[in-house]
Structures are given as structure tokens and as C-alpha cells.
Design a protein around this ligand. Structure first.
Ligand code: FNR
Length: 393
């Protein structure tokens, strides 16, 4: 259809990532700091660039004259059949790009049957995202671990009630990275704590720390730091209340700085699905993880945390040479996932060939959100097979 169509694949009009990036930059023109927040990495960008470049070092050796009448990219992750090894990475505050925010991305993932990982600082609540994602679809939750056990337990209960099957604990972002562009722009979507609905709408959190958040990324309240600052300066009580609640949550949900391997027992005891650590980059930590959890995401957060960190593919290569990790993976007790730098289908083949059982995609789907949001996705609803052609490799 793409070859025969006159206007290229809709709604993006192209399958070339660079053209998609350019288009996303163009539509975000009035809000370029939000685009920069996504596009840039930490420090000099050395890690995010190295992530992408690392794929060049690993090349595919194609084999010929094998019967390929039946081709399948199906796989099984934590015992659940998936249409491909691709998962949507957890990405916070999607409301800064489009009012549909996580409802668009979770909805689209559900429609095409790709597992969706919801981020803790999402712009929409657990309940809304679950509903948008739809019944029967695989959805996981990424946890930034709250300080207060009762809040954590409340989140875990809401997740279970809403069909989230695995918990991904992100361990590589205990403090915000040195993001040069965001610092120059004086930009952080977390500035007032707005839109982190997951936390601020939690009933236990509200009872302890604040009231119902009064502002979110509702279309009538698009994220606009300057306008919010102005209203704050004018003494707008609604805004002031939202800031207080948001800041309390920001403080609440960032306990990673003092968590250690021993603390994982609390999550183990209170979460009966798979427990996964995201942000593992060393062989030592991967081997520790084998003794503590069900899986890891080898990841450096898309190069947004430590400038100069090892490219994620090189970390995967080293980790998959560990006899302990290999043995645990082979026995089915331990799952290795990968992200940071995946841009094409052949990147996925390379990561899978090195030993990853699934890969998470970060920035690329956000460019799509910026350009198209949810409404324009109407025409791909129910066209799963055709959409999959675009992922074909
Ligand atoms: C992220 N990532 C992320 N990870 C996480 O565990 N929780 C989060 O809230 C976020 N938020 C977030 C925001 C933005 C704008 C980006 C780009 C990334 C990291 C994400 O899950 C993933 O690890 C990387 O994006 C993967 O790298 P690529 O695919 O972007 O190169």
C-alpha cells in the first residue's frame, strides 16, 4: 500500500525517521523547549549519540535459500505471546506535546497490539490510561519509587485493579540528568509538578499531602510555564494549590537516591507479577539482578542521565557474555530487555541477536505524538496488519 499510494504512509507521510523528526520539530515550533526536552540527551549528548552509532558496529550477515514462506516476528515475554519484540518505553509528561497525551500513545499501542509501559510521571491517571489502552492488551507500569510505603501500596493496588501486569522499577534516574538544552531553556515539565496525575491523583497521597489536583494537561489548560508563573504571581489560589500538591508529589516519588538491593524485598512481597529493573548497564548489576528480580531493561535512559556512559548496545553485548545471566535467561527465570538508540527494524534484529528478548522504543513514538496525536490515528484503528507492514523487517 505504501509503494502504491500517492501520498506516502499517513498520517506521517514518510517512513524516514529523519523526516519525521524534522516534521515534529516543525509542528513544535511555538513550543521548541518541549521538543528539545525529548530530542536532547545529557551533557554533550555523547551518550545519546553513541547509543545510535553503536548499532553501526554490529552488522547483519543475511542467510539465503532457507524456506521463508512462513515468517513470524511473534515472541513470548513473561509467558505472554506478543506480536513482535517491540514495546513502548515509559515516557513521562506526554501532555507537553499533545493534549491527548498518554491516551493517544496507550490507545495506539493497544490498537496495534504492542505492549505499553506507562511512566510514573504520566500526564494522565492510571485508570484513564488503562481504559485508553483497552481490555486484553499488555500494559506494564514503570515505577519511580515513592518514599511512603502506603503511597506505593496504593499505586500497586490501582495497577492490579487496572490490568497492569508487570512492574518496571527505573533505577538510573535517582536525580535528574544534567540536560544542557533544558538548562539553557530553563525548562522542566516538572517545574510545577503539573500533569503528574498518577501521583497527585492517588487517593492515599491526596489524603496525606494535598487535595485533588486542580490543573492537569486538559486541553483547556495546555502546559505553559510562563502563563502558570504569571497566574502564580497574581496570587491565583488554584495554581498555588496545584503547585503545592505537585511539589509534594515530586518530593514523594523520588526516593531512588537511598534505595538499595535489599529494599526490593518490599516490592517483591507486595507485587505478584514480574519485577523488572530498568537502567542496568554493568555486568555486575545484571548478575545482582538475577538474584533479586525477574528481568532487566539494559538501558541508559536514552542517554539522558550520564553523559559519557557506555552505549547501551555495548552494555548488552557485555552483559550477554555473563554465564550467570545467560544461564538464568536460558532456564526461563530471567528476561533481558533492551533500549536506548533503537531507530529501525534492523536495530531490533541486532539487539535480539545479541540476546535481548524484547526492545523498548522511546523518542520515535513521541515524534509521532507531536505530529498526529490521537484523532489522526482513527484511520489505523482496526488495521493492525497493515500497520505491522511498516514495522516489517
Ligand atoms: C524518557 N525515559 C523515561 N524512562 C523512565 O523510566 N521513566 C520516565 O518517566 C521517562 N521519561 C522519559 C521522557 C523522555 C522525553 C524521553 C525521551 C525518555 C527513558 C525511556 O523510557 C527510554 O529508556 C529511552 O527513551 C530509550 O531511548 P531512545 O529510544 O529514546 O533512544
Amino acid at each position: 500500500e505504501i509503494y502504491l499510494g500517492r501520498e506516502g504512509p499517513q498520517p506521517l507521510g514518510t517512513v524516514k525517521l529523519q523526516e519525521i523528526v524534522d516534521k515534529a520539530r516543525e509542528v513544535s515550533k511555538g513550543h521548541s523547549d518541549a521538543f528539545d526536552f525529548v530530542h536532547e540527551g545529557a551533557g554533550t549528548n555523547s551518550t545519546s549519540e553513541a547509543n545510535v552509532k553503536a548499532f553501526e558496529k554490529y552488522r547483519i550477515v543475511p542467510r539465503m535459500l532457507v524456506d521463508a514462506t512462513i515468517r513470524s516476528i511473534e515472541t513470548s515475554i513473561f509467558g505472554v505471546k506478543q506480536i513482535s519484540p517491540l514495546l513502548i518505553a515509559p515516557v513521562g509528561v506526554q501532555g507537553i506535546h499533545h493534549p491527548d497525551a498518554e491516551l493517544a500513545t496507550a490507545g495506539a499501542a493497544g490498537k496495534v497490539g504492542v505492549p505499553y509501559i506507562m511512566s510514573t510521571p504520566s500526564s494522565r491517571s492510571i485508570e484513564e490510561v488503562a481504559q485508553a489502552n483497552g481490555p486484553g492488551n499488555t500494559r506494564w507500569f514503570q515505577l519511580y519509587w515513592p518514599r511512603t510505603n502506603e503511597v506505593t501500596l496504593s499505586l500497586l493496588k490501582r495497577l492490579k485493579d487496572n490490568g497492569f501486569s508487570a512492574l518496571v522499577v527505573t533505577v538510573d534516574a535517582v536525580v535528574l540528568g544534567w540536560r544542557s538544552k533544558d538548562l539553557s531553556n530553563r525548562y522542566t515539565p516538572y517545574r510545577h509538578g503539573f500533569g503528574i496525575q498518577v501521583g497527585t491523583s492517588d487517593p492515599v497521597f491526596m489524603a496525606r499531602f494535598g487535595k485533588q489536583p486542580v490543573i492537569d494537561y486538559h486541553p483547556e489548560f495546555p502546559y505553559d510555564p510562563d502563563a502558570l508563573d504569571k497566574r502564580l504571581a497574581e496570587g491565583d489560589e488554584n495554581v498555588a494549590e496545584a503547585v503545592r500538591t505537585g511539589q509534594a508529589w515530586g518530593n514523594e516519588h523520588n526516593s531512588g537516591i537511598y534505595r538499595t538491593w535489599e529494599d526490593l524485598k518490599f516490592l517483591r512481597d507486595n507485587w505478584d507479577g514480574p519485577l523488572i529493573l530498568k537502567g542496568i548497564q554493568s555486568v555486575q548489576d545484571a548478575e545482582m539482578a538475577v538474584d533479586h528480580v525477574d528481568g532487566i531493561v539494559v538501558s541508559n535512559h536514552g542517554g539522558r542521565q550520564v553523559d559519557g556512559a557506555v552505549p547501551s548496545m555495548d552494555a548488552l553485548d557485555a552483559i550477554m557474555r555473563s554465564p550467570k545471566v545467560l544461564e538464568a535467561q536460558k532456564s526461563g527465570k530471567f528476561t533481558v530487555l533492551f533500549d536506548s538508540g533503537i531507530r529501525t527494524g534492523s536495530d531490533i534484529i541486532k539487539a535480539v541477536a545479541l540476546g535481548a528478548q524484547g526492545v523498548l522504543l522511546g523518542r520515535p513514538f513521541l515524534y509521532g505524538l507531536m505530529i498526529a496525536g490521537w484523532k489522526e490515528l482513527d484511520d489505523i484503528r482496526g488495521r493492525r496488519d497493515e500497520v505491522l507492514v511498516k514495522l516489517d523487517f
